[in-house]
Design a protein around this ligand. Structure first.
Ligand SMILES: [Zn+2]
Ligand SMILES: [Zn+2]
Length: 261
């Protein structure tokens, strides 16, 4: 108990002073936009590229941990196309974020999250992340199920399912409409609805992005965490959610036969 406390005692005042300096130096819009972009780079792009490099840097280790067999894995051309589509989606969400910040500032709102000189207390971060996880589960589960009705599946969601054996970057290989309504809003909205501190939003965003890169990675790391969503890509009609809570409630946690897409 004493060791973590002494580390906290040293780190927290420094972090608080540094944060207060950032808040005093930069505008709330700049802090929110640059911090969010940095979180996306550090917790989505970087881990995704590391997962994908495993194939090249440690092929035998990679083969041992791949969930689906080698013949089902995407080829180099598909991986390059995936990278370009994900980059397009990143640009789209960043442009929309900037537009939202400009619109909010015209309406007299400086930031879409709470930005103040103090950092949020750890218990506040835990509380807001917990409720954000539950709200995100509902938003993602129902928007994802909606995307599986034929009228929406074919023109929109089929693109994401192109990778039947997914790779980490394929988490955001999606139609722009899906990227905004099923990927971006279910993560950005819950902390806004809860009035969360921007740092709490970044903690939640970091968790969700690392989680989505991991569940699409195609590897069975972290207690087989990826298997649930990997199976959704392979079989289509189960495991629509992220936590598994609403799949359990609606009985979509098990494979139903005689249903496609
Ligand atoms: Zn799906
Ligand atoms: Zn997916």
């Amino acid at each position: 108990m004493e060791i973590p406390k002494s580390i906290l005692d040293q780190v927290l005042p420094q972090a608080t002073a540094y944060w207060a300096h950032i808040v005093a130096t930069y505008s709330p819009q700049k802090i929110e936009f640059v911090g969010t972009l940095l979180a996306q780079f550090l917790t989505f792009w970087l881990p995704s590229i590391c997962y994908m490099l495993l194939d090249v840097l440690a092929p035998s280790f990679s083969q041992r941990h791949k969930i689906q067999p080698a013949p089902k894995q995407p080829n180099r051309r598909e991986i390059v196309r995936c990278f370009l589509v994900v980059l397009q989606n990143q640009i789209l969400s960043s442009v929309l974020h900037l537009t939202l910040l400009f619109a909010a500032s015209h309406a007299g709102i400086k930031s879409t999250y709470r930005i103040e000189t103090s950092l949020p207390a750890p218990v506040e971060i835990l509380r807001d992340v917990f409720f954000s996880l539950l709200i995100r589960e509902a938003l993602f589960y129902y928007s994802h199920r909606l995307l599986h009705i034929p009228a929406l599946y074919i023109p929109i969601h089929k693109k994401h399912h192109r990778f039947t054996a997914p790779i980490a970057l394929a988490a955001q290989f999606a139609h722009p409409i899906e990227h905004i309504f099923a990927n971006t809003l279910p993560i950005s909205l819950p902390p806004q609805l809860l009035g969360s501190h921007v740092v709490t939003f970044w903690v939640f965003l970091a968790y969700e992005l690392m989680n989505t890169a991991t569940v699409h990675s195609g590897y069975d790391f972290f207690c087989h965490k990826a298997k649930m969503h990997d199976l959704h890509h392979e079989k289509f009609n189960l495991n629509y959610g992220s936590l598994g809570l609403l799949d359990w409630v609606h009985g979509t946690d098990k494979l139903k036969k005689r249903r496609t897409a």
